[in-house]
Ligand binder design. Structure first.
Ligand SMILES: [Zn+2]
Ligand SMILES: [Zn+2]
Length: 349
């Protein structure tokens, strides 16, 4: 018995919680998967690091089915750097069972975040029909104050708290990504800062031009309601939708500064959408090159596979792998990087 116990001790020296008990009870705490974090490798550039974020998450405190602290554990485990808890203000189907105010889901999540050293941003979803639709207010101080009849007043209250406002799922629920006058007015007034080019399992290609047209930051968020690995069918290499933020540091202040500066890309199922320059720099930081005679050795140090074409030639640079190719001349179309609707990034090695 003692020999077996010793084996576990030697085999699992990295598990802080592994311990010998006695001959009656052997503990196998290393089977607890919650202590292993996946690392998503996406390099930074220009002195920025790439923060992997999900700014749209529900819990049982609105219409989700997951407890707030579990949201943090899911995101930590999957390798994210930050999440926002954004329960609906107006739609709380469990409110007779889960009795609380609008701040409680964040408070619970934040406590867990602090334990793990993980950023949790306070938010809420202002929930109305179109034309206004749904908006997430992030970095707020009191979600209860947003519980008012007039949604434009709710936005003003959030703004007064220093909110960062996201226009959620512009193409939902009517399958039309209509840009209404109210959105134009809000953007002009500086009251919409970002929008979801991707939400949950939907993409809104008409919105891919909005960064260039309106100067609002593109995002991909999960809007997750159920457990993350039940709502999304994970396969090998699958990475949940996320917003990449290029920040000077892994802190809430640096994250906010980067968001205000609109340094984001939407990352959804292997495709990136956003500013041409950020796309180009991210691809450049991901692909390291070395000339080998007439050929080019390309090492993709990121977890994003890039596909490029030139005429009939297809070049694939798989995540985490090195390929040796005939050095391409001129610019290539990057098939999974868009700076507008149908507008592929042009990339030159
Ligand atoms: Zn919504
Ligand atoms: Zn939502």
């Amino acid at each position: 018995m003692r020999k077996i116990a010793l084996f576990f001790l030697l085999a699992m020296p990295f598990t802080a919680n592994a311990q010998l008990s006695n001959d009656d009870v052997h503990k196998y705490d290393h089977f607890n998967q919650s202590q292993y974090r996946n690392e998503i490798r996406i390099p930074g550039f220009d002195g920025y690091q790439t923060l992997k974020c999900d700014f749209h998450i529900h819990t049982v405190f609105s219409d989700g089915s997951v407890w707030p602290s579990v949201r943090v554990q899911e995101a930590w485990k999957e390798g994210l750097d930050a999440i926002a808890i954004t329960d609906h203000i107006e739609y709380r189907p469990h409110k007779d069972i889960v009795v609380s105010d609008h701040n409680e889901s964040y408070n619970i999540a934040k406590k867990e975040g602090d334990k793990l050293g993980f950023m949790v941003i306070k938010g809420a979803e202002i929930t109305r029909s179109k034309p206004l639709g749904h908006l997430n207010a992030l970095f707020i101080s009191d979600a209860n104050a947003l519980d008012v009849d007039d949604p434009l007043q709710a936005i003003d209250i959030a703004e007064a708290q220093g909110a960062y406002i996201i226009w959620n799922h512009p193409g939902w629920p009517d399958n039309k990504s209509t840009f209404y006058p109210v959105h134009g007015d809000l953007i002009k007034a500086g009251k919409i800062d970002a929008y979801e080019a991707y939400n949950y399992m939907e993409s809104y290609p008409l919105t891919f031009d909005w960064y260039a047209e309106y100067g609002i930051a593109p995002m991909a968020n999960t809007d997750i309601h159920g457990p993350i690995d039940i709502d999304y069918a994970y396969g090998e290499g699958w990475i949940r939708p996320m917003t990449l933020v290029f920040a000077t540091d892994r802190t809430e202040a640096a994250l906010r500064e980067a968001l205000d500066a609109k340094r984001t890309l939407a990352f959804f199922h292997g495709t990136l959408v956003g500013d041409k320059e950020y796309l180009s720099k991210l691809v450049g930081a991901s692909l390291e090159t070395r000339e080998v005679g007439e050929r080019l050795e390309v090492t993709n140090i990121s977890d994003i596979t890039y596909k490029m074409t030139k005429g009939d030639d297809l070049y694939i640079f798989p995540a985490g792998k090195t390929v040796l190719i005939k050095a391409p001349k001129g610019t290539l179309d990057v098939e999974n990087c868009f700076w507008g609707n149908g507008k592929k990034l042009q990339y030159r090695f």
